[in-house]
Structures are given as structure tokens and as C-alpha cells.
Design a protein. Structure first.
Length: 567
């Protein structure tokens, strides 16, 4: 940690020649050959890139490793900007353009110094200009990650953009005119702003999260959370109470979780919102799942399934009876796949009934039933009753307990084709999960016709896509699954993808058809590892990780996305 003042001479304490390559070789992080290659790349770029950036681009060192090494050599302290309170009033005192040019965040002011986090402490010219224009106090320099600094700038712009409406809310609360159920209140206008922004950006969920410093509103777009609003804690209770009123929840109950739902009309479309609250250390965390009733049903071929897996799944769908499971964590697209499958096999000649919580899409030629926990109408109750409705195809939104599983299996054994979901990490784990729910292995072997495990990965933006080399360390775990020569791709970020480098999502999957061989292994209670190994060695089973690596090699997604979601 270094302090700077004009009396000491501008940046005298850190303005020194740092031979990064020599230091990396000395510490055994890379060898001399890689340093020479990096210097050659730097020379070919006409020295437009610094050596450290070349090393990161070539995948020989991660940004975090490089930043921490640089901080160590300069005797500076690394700061995690997510773990400190940012003084946005202090940030507002300086020219944002100047701060962005220096990639510097003044995050704290004490009696002696202004604490500044920088991404590149060797960017002398920009930092000297910054110091000359900060006349308050001397600087104390810290080092931070580039992405963290960019995030703080984004936060500052979000706070500035919402200042007018939050000031209005604070005035209402201070004047005593605030009423939680007032449809015309400023807090209701804020909720509408949050919801409209989320829908416009194609979000699937809205998260309202209080902390000890402020309230963050994050939205999940393409499966990844991004921050869209930041508010002072002053308005949190008003915001939380109004959202709970919308969902018909008890606003006085803050000690336990509650669930509700509400509807809102946005841009001439009706949207349903499934609401969930949970008590946390700093207040209630609120999550709103966005359900678009007008959303178009996808076809199986549009889900992004690899051709071999698509044909395999279509074969499973032609089974006259049995049970088919789609597995994966929450938000992995299981329900979308089930709807696409039902849409594929729907017919005027078949009676199709679904049991859901909630009904997310309107499915043609299907009778859709909504379960209702408030009147104790569960999946098991609904499934038991619809068997008297003479269905041919049944879809159970989720198997949550042994009773539902038993009824579903009995239905599949009596001539019905049953579709459902389970929360398991891979296809073979579904068998273990069914055994854990006290189902006999011979019943699983007789009833199960196939299991598909899936995840959703973000697709690379086609407008800013380029070849790149990921860090070598990140590929060690999959080295045996890569060809001798390979190329990976990423998006640099552009206006069209919101500077994320990604646009849209696609599926990676693995499909385990229950052949005679696999059925026999299940019946003798073989563990999931043996089943997966046998399926891969003898049945042509392709693990989800391998499917994902193929998509990364083909430039559809990044290898980081695949490793993020698949083990």
C-alpha cells in the first residue's frame, strides 16, 4: 500500500522499471520460451499491448495472478471492491472520464488520504493527471481487478440514473404521505421501472437483495445475474412491503419465507410473476420469476441439441409407455424441454394431461392442471385423480416425493407415457435418486425408458466473436478430452450484446436410453458410476461435458461456460 503526494514527487515510490517476464520466470510461473514468444507478439502489435496483457491473452497466466504479482512487486495492497463499502458521493466529486481513463476508483476518504483502486499502477500518465486534479488529499494506491473497477463504474451510472425517483420516494416517506397500497405512489413507479427494465432485457428472474450498505436489484439474463439497480437502504422497507402486497403476502411477517404471485401488463402483454421471500441477515431477499404466457413454444430441433442426441431423444419419445425424466438444476431449461417434447408428440388422437406448478406455457391439445398447496392439492393428489381421466400422455412438472414417484411409475407400467423432471446432476444420478426415494430397482428397470440431463450455456455473440487462448491451468482437468490441435473462441463484448460477449443460450446435454444392458445393471442395483461407464464404453453414451466441449470447439460457446455448468 503506497501513499502519494506532491511533496514526495509524483508517483516517485512506484515509478520504477518492472521486468514482469523475469519475475514470472524467477517464480516458476512460466518459462523463458513463453516470455520470448510474448515479447514477439508484443512487437508484432507495434507495442500497442503491454506484456502482461499479452501473457493473459495467450492463456499463460490469469488476470488475478498477474495483478497480485504486480501488487507484490510494487509493494501495493490488492483490494476486493466487492468486499468494501464504496463511497459513491466521493466518486461523484471527480470527472468520470478522467477516472475511466486512469481505470481508477476513489472508494474511500479518511483523515489523511483518498484511497484509490487502480487496475494498472504502471499507467503513469493517466494516474499523474488524476493526482494533479485531486486537490483534496494525497492518494493511497491499491490494486484491483479490471472487471471489479468496471462494475463500480456501472453501479455509479445506475445510481445516477435512478436518483430522481429515489429522491421522490424518500420525500414521500419523510413527509408521512407514503402509503404502501397506493397504486400511484413513487414506490409503485419504481417497481414498474424495475419490472419493465427486466422484461425489456429478456430476464427470467428479478432479485432484490439488501446488504449492510445498500439494496441491489439484479436480473438473470441468459442464466447469469447482472446488476440493474442500486438503492439506498432508506427505501428498502417501502420497496419490500409494496412487492409483498402485490403478491398477497403478509407484510408483517419477516421471520419466515413466503410465496405468492401477481400479474402485470407490460407493453401490451400480460406477465405473471412468481414471488418468493426469504429472511436474511440484512432483511428479506425477494425473488420474482417472470412467466410470459405469450412465450412461443420451441421445437425440439430449436433447443440446440446435438444431432445424435436429438435423434436419440426422438426415439425415446416414440415409446408407447414408460417414464422419461429430464434432469438438471433449477433454471437449466427442463420445463422448456418437456414442453417441446410434448409439442412434438401431441395429437388429436391422444389425450394429454399436465400437472404443473406453475403453468408456464399454454400447450395446445393438452389439459393443464395447476397444483395448489394452499388447499393441499399436490402433485400426488392430482396425479392420482387424472388417471381416471383416461390419459395417454402425462406430464408431471416435478417429482418431489416418494408418493408422486410411485404413482408416476405405476402409471407408466399400466400403459401411459409419463414425462417428469428430477433435480440431479447427471443422467445416471436419476436412477440413484429414484432408489433413494424407496423405489425398488426392478421397478425402475421395468418403467424407465430414458433420462436426459441438461444445462444451458450462453452463446458467443456473433458480432464480436474472435479466437482466443484460455489459461492453460483451466484446461488441465479436461486435457484428455481435447484433440491435439484445438481453437477456442470468445466474444470481446460490443453494443449488440451489452458488452457481455454473449447473446442467447443453447443446451448441452447427455441422454441415457435404458437399453437391455442398462436395465439389467439397474435391476441388480449397480451404482451410477458403473452404469455411466458401461453406457459410455458399450452403448455410445456421450457425457454432457464432452457435448459441451464440442460446442466450444465449434465456436458456439466458450470453454469457460461449459466448465461453469458441467462437471
Amino acid at each position: 500500500m503506497v501513499s502519494l503526494s506532491k511533496n514526495d514527487g509524483i508517483f516517485k515510490m512506484i515509478k520504477q522499471k518492472i521486468r514482469i517476464g523475469d519475475i514470472l520466470v524467477e517464480k516458476g510461473i512460466i518459462d523463458e520460451e513463453k516470455v520470448q514468444k510474448a515479447l514477439q507478439v508484443q512487437k508484432e502489435s507495434n507495442f500497442s499491448k503491454k506484456l502482461g496483457q499479452v501473457l493473459i491473452d495467450e492463456g499463460w497466466i490469469s488476470e488475478r495472478e498477474f495483478i497480485e504479482l504486480l501488487a507484490e512487486q510494487l509493494k501495493l495492497e490488492f483490494v476486493d471492491l466487492y468486499g468494501v463499502k464504496i463511497d459513491f458521493n466521493l466518486l461523484g466529486k471527480f470527472s468520470i472520464n478522467m477516472l475511466k481513463n486512469a481505470e481508477a476508483i476513489p472508494f474511500l476518504e479518511d483523515e489523511e488520504f483518498v484511497h484509490v483502486a487502480v487496475q494498472d499502477p504502471l499507467n503513469y500518465e493517466a494516474l499523474e493527471l488524476l493526482e494533479r486534479n485531486i486537490a483534496i488529499k494525497p492518494l493511497k494506491i491499491f490494486v484491483a481487478l479490471k472487471a471489479d473497477i468496471a462494475h463500480v463504474f456501472d453501479r455509479f451510472e445506475i445510481i445516477a440514473a435512478t436518483k430522481a425517483i429515489t429522491d421522490s420516494i424518500k420525500k414521500e416517506i419523510a413527509s408521512g404521505n407514503y402509503k404502501a397500497d397506493n397504486e400511484q405512489s413513487s414506490i409503485m413507479q419504481l417497481i414498474e421501472l424495475i419490472v419493465k427494465s427486466a422484461v425489456k432485457n429478456g430476464a427470467s428472474d428479478i432479485h432484490v437483495e439488501p446488504s449492510n450498505y445498500n439494496v441491489s436489484v439484479r436480473v438473470r439474463v441468459d442464466g447469469v445475474l447482472r446488476e440493474s439497480f442500486v438503492f439506498d437502504l432508506d427505501i428498502y422497507h417501502a420497496l419490500a412491503s409494496r412487492i409483498k402486497i402485490l403478491g398477497n403476502l403478509d407484510i408483517s411477517e419477516k421471520r419466515k419465507s413466503q410465496d405468492g404471485r401477481f400479474s402485470m401488463r407490460i407493453a401490451n402483454n400480460n406477465y405473471d410473476f412468481r414471488l418468493s421471500t426469504a429472511p436474511t441477515m440484512f432483511g428479506e431477499s425477494i425473488v420474482m420469476r417472470i412467466l410470459d404466457q405469450q412465450k412461443i413454444l420451441l421445437k425440439l430441433k430449436d433447443l440446440g441439441m446435438e444431432e445424435g442426441n436429438l435423434k436419440l431423444f426422438e426415439t425415446i419419445l416414440k415409446s408407447p409407455y414408460g417414464i422419461v425424466f429430464v434432469t438438471g438444476p433449477t433454471g437449466s431449461g427442463k420445463t422448456t424441454t418437456l414442453y417441446a417434447a410434448l409439442n412434438e408428440i401431441k395429437s388429436i388422437e391422444n389425450k394429454m394431461i399436465t400437472i404443473e406448478d406453475p403453468i408456464e406455457y399454454q400447450l395446445p391439445l393438452a389439459q393443464q392442471i395447476q397444483i395448489n398447496d394452499k388447499i393441499n392439492y399436490s402433485f400426488a393428489d392430482a396425479l392420482r385423480s387424472i388417471l381416471r381421466q383416461d390419459p395417454d400422455v402425462i406430464m408431471v412438472g416435478e417429482v418431489r416425493d416418494a408418493e408422486t414417484l410411485n404413482i408416476a411409475v405405476q402409471a407408466s407400467l399400466t400403459g401411459h407415457l409419463v414425462f417428469s423432471t428430477l433435480h440431479t446432476n447427471d443422467a445416471s444420478s436419476a436412477i440413484t435418486r429414484m432408489i433413494q426415494m424407496n423405489l425398488e430397482p426392478y421397478l425402475i428397470a421395468d418403467s424407465l425408458v430414458g433420462v436426459m440431463a441438461q444445462r444451458l450455456v450462453r452463446k458467443i455473440c456473433p458480432h464480436c466473436k474472435r479466437e482466443y487462448k484460455p489459461p492453460v491451468a483451466s484446461l488441465r482437468s479436461i486435457a484428455d478430452k481435447l484433440p491435439e490441435e484445438y481453437t477456442f473462441y470468445k466474444g470481446d463484448g460490443c453494443v449488440r450484446c451489452g458488452f457481455s460477449g454473449y447473446s442467447g443460450r443453447t443446451m448441452i446435454s447427455e441422454i441415457l436410453p435404458i437399453t437391455e444392458t442398462i436395465s439389467h445393471l439397474i435391476s441388480i442395483n449397480m451404482n451410477k458410476y458403473e452404469i455411466a461407464r458401461k453406457a459410455e464404453d458399450d452403448e455410445g453414451f456421450v457425457p454432457m461435458l464432452v457435448d459441451g466441449i464440442k460446442k466450444a470447439l465449434n465456436g458456439i460457446t466458450t470453454i469457460e461456460e461449459v466448465l461453469r455448468v458441467a462437471k
